[in-house]
Design a protein around this ligand. Structure first.
Ligand SMILES: C[S@@+](CC[C@H](N)C(=O)[O-])C[C@H]1O[C@@H](n2cnc3c(N)ncnc32)[C@H](O)[C@@H]1O
Length: 222
């Protein structure tokens, strides 16, 4: 995961906490060895904290990989809570199932193989916390699909609001400021489009947390 902070600051953010447990440390090691783009520990800590701040009971994830972000969320959920993990890769989802079971979170979790944007249509709301971490050019589509199901007082969190492998930050920054850009790739255009959509939505207040690859946090106020 290319962290947008200088190494020393990123390490400092991780040291402040919350403290990862042994399962998260193992997942971090797997991500490191495979070069898998989890949200990373600093953002993971924020997912957990945000879930606690909104007293989340139900969480939906667009793109769960091997369960890293879900595991952080799950630590903040009550015993009767629920988290829906979605993933197009069956092997990743199987690993998520194993990690979540090891954390004692299996009873909270539903595992959905396939396109998250199709899956969300099969669930009734409300969701108190939503993570958008699927294909960047479909972030807006994910938001539109889940928007009616976001609880008032809930949060929608989009990862890669600043960077990711294919995102051109200069172009993203120009687009967000309404400046002219030349051709941009679909990932960059997708994130810019999402930020514009959610930023202009009067039902949400959005702010950036510049940790990891950057998360845009949108709080439903109406
Ligand atoms: C950047 S990874 C992050 C996973 C996880 N949120 C984490 O922090 O570890 C994104 C994952 O989303 C999955 N994905 C991409 N598009 C998807 C879609 N439309 N529906 C479900 N999963 C998707 C990918 O296969 C990948 O495993």
């Amino acid at each position: 995961m290319p962290d947008i902070l200088p190494d020393a600051t990123a390490e400092f953010a991780r040291a402040i906490g919350p403290e990862p447990d042994d399962v998260i440390r193992e997942m971090d090691a797997q991500a490191e060895s495979e070069g898998f783009p989890t949200v990373g520990p600093a953002v993971g800590g924020w997912l957990q904290l945000l879930a606690r701040l909104v007293s989340a009971r139900r969480v939906f994830e667009f793109g769960s990989g091997f369960g890293y972000s879900a595991y952080w969320f799950a630590q903040a959920l009550p015993d009767d809570g629920e988290i829906v993990l979605t993933e197009v890769d069956a092997e990743e989802l199987d690993q998520a199932r194993e990690y979540m079971a090891r954390g004692g979170f299996d009873d909270l979790a539903s595992y959905e193989l396939g396109d998250a944007i199709r899956t969300v249509g099969e669930y009734a709301g409300p969701f108190d916390a939503v993570l958008i971490d699927n294909e960047k050019h479909r972030y807006r589509e994910a938001f539109e699909a889940v928007r009616p199901k976001v609880a008032e007082g809930g949060v929608v969190i989009a990862d890669n609001a600043v960077t990711a492998g294919p995102i051109d930050f200069e172009a993203l920054s120009a687009l967000v400021k309404g400046e002219d850009t030349g051709d941009v790739n679909e990932h960059t255009a997708g994130v810019a489009d999402y930020l514009e959509r959610v930023g202009a939505d009067p039902a949400f207040e959005t702010a950036l947390i510049p940790l990891g690859e950057g998360i845009a946090v949108s709080h439903r106020v109406d």
